[in-house]
Ligand binder design. Structure first.
Ligand code: NAI
Ligand code: MG
Length: 357
């Protein structure tokens, strides 16, 4: 089966971890009989901006819309382009125009990586955060009045639609139903945000009728953040609105150690448009050019991409390969962020070799 993938490394360490992401993908593809057709693009980067005065070519939508998926590195180089321009001009365009309404992040404690939470070991933390990615608290409805005067007023309205909420809840329930524990936790705040959040709770309950096998609970967002730290083992799939999901999807991976290994997916579940897979980290200007960035976030994002495209075995093999290399703990192979003295390439090669069998 042929998969057409748009490859966009972006800036900084994005350009260093991408080759290792591709090395792992190619190894998995050849082992599992998947044909990868890769198309490389230099746009959505600050170098492209320096040359063209914009982050994307005018025809980017047409260029990308028929790919099966987008494999992305990281964008941003604040020394030359302000972050709001680089981010809004690239990644956020993709998320919006390709209606990637699910932001998905696994939170999983890996072997050989120390959790900042005391005494946690692999197996204790293994859940997903599902964030609504298009509406909610991040709306453009509102404005300022009487600016600069004593009467200054500012309003920004939360917008939740039945269409937008139900589709992300459906994705979260499906994901929970596909996992052994079959448990869904909803982030709410119906005691304080007394209009939208009780309604969110109603939609969660309503969708739950279709998934009788999935056990559902809910927490107010404040105690939920505390429970991520105190009882991360309670969670299997956690679904949240845009704002709450933004917070949880940083906190969850943070509980599992280094940012260098965390992957994420921006998904258009219906496949009307390509979904986008990228590491959680940014372009890391402080270590860019040194060849020491951890490539696992990129490699794991590639595994999520294969899983999204229906290649579950290949995806599982990639995860098993980097878990095995981490568990081995060879300092000469591992990158400095996980206690090694190796390079992006040494770690990437070790994982690809393991994958080849
Ligand atoms: P960052 O994630 O790039 O770096 C934060 C810290 O983590 C740095 O100390 C960095 O060295 C370290 N780090 C990150 N990835 C690592 C890896 N793979 N291995 C080892 N260490 C790693 O976040 P920062 O510094 O706030 O942002 C830098 C630039 O990246 C900015 O322009 C920002 O806008 C952009 N950015 C882009 C994102 C994206 O493309 N989705 C996400 C976050 C930031
Ligand atoms: Mg965030």
């Amino acid at each position: 089966m042929t998969q057409r993938i748009a490859v966009i490394p972006g800036d900084g360490i994005g350009k260093e971890v991408m080759p290792e992401g591709l090395r792992a993908l190619e190894a998995a593809a050849s082992r599992f009989g998947i044909v990868l057709e890769l198309a490389h693009f230099d746009f959505a980067s600050c170098d492209y901006y320096a040359e063209h005065g914009q982050m994307l070519p005018d025809d980017w939508f047409e260029t990308l819309k028929d790919f099966d998926a987008i494999f992305y590195g990281a964008v941003g180089w604040p020394a030359t382009v302000p972050d709001h321009i680089s981010l809004w001009g690239s990644l956020l365009q993709f998320r919006r125009r390709f209606d990637q309404y699910v932001n998905l992040r696994p939170c999983r404690l890996l072997p050989g990586i120390k959790s900042p939470l005391a005494d946690r070991k692999p197996g204790d933390i293994d859940f997903y955060v599902v964030r609504e990615n298009t509406e909610g608290e991040y709306s453009s409805v509102g404005g300022r009045m009487f600016e600069g005067t004593e009467r200054e007023v500012v309003i920004q309205e939360t917008v939740m639609t039945r269409h937008g909420t139900d589709r992300v809840l459906k994705f979260a329930y499906e994901l929970a139903a596909s996992r052994p524990r079959k448990k869904l936790t909803s982030a709410t705040k119906s005691n304080g945000i007394a209009i939208t959040m009780p309604w969110w709770d109603e939609r969660v309950a309503e969708m739950g009728r279709r998934y009788p096998d999935v056990a559902v609970d809910q927490f107010h967002i404040d105690i939920l953040t505390a429970n991520f730290v105190m009882h991360p083992d309670w969670f299997d799939v956690v679904v949240a609105s845009n704002l709450f999901g933004d917070i949880l999807s940083d906190l969850g991976p943070a509980c599992t150690g280094t940012i260098g290994v965390a992957p994420s997916a921006n998904i258009n579940p219906e496949g009307t448009f390509p979904s986008l897979f990228e590491p959680v980290h940014g372009s890391a200007p402080d270590i860019a050019g040194k060849g020491i960035a951890n490539p696992i976030g990129q490699i794991w994002s590639g595994a999520m991409m294969l899983e999204h495209l229906g290649h579950r075995e290949a995806a599982d093999a990639i995860v098993a390969a980097f878990e095995a290399v981490l568990a081995e703990g060879d300092r000469a192979v591992l990158t400095p962020d996980v206690g090694g003295s190796g390079t992006t390439e040494s770690l990437g090669r070790a994982i690809a070799t393991r994958l080849a069998g």
